[in-house]
Write a protein that binds this ligand. Structure first.
Ligand SMILES: [Zn+2]
Length: 67
């Protein structure tokens, strides 16, 4: 409950009204490129690379070890 829920006398720039109009911006700022998210992306990328590369290891070993 704030002043804008009834007769607000502070106009459209009332702090309570501005705060109510801002949640989208706050949500966008709530997800900064933190170190944790960056390392998670790097980890996910390497897991993807490993998932693609690991099945080829026996093939590469076969070509590397054959004489
Ligand atoms: Zn107000």
């Amino acid at each position: 409950m704030n002043c804008c829920d009834y007769d607000c006398i502070q106009g459209r720039d009332c702090p309570a009204r501005v705060a109510k109009a801002k949640p989208v911006m706050l949500a966008a700022e709530a997800l900064p490129p933190s170190t944790w998210r960056l390392s998670l992306r790097v980890w996910t990328w390497w897991m993807l690379v490993a998932a693609v590369a690991v099945p080829y290891i026996p093939v590469l070993a076969y070509f590397a070890l054959r004489e």
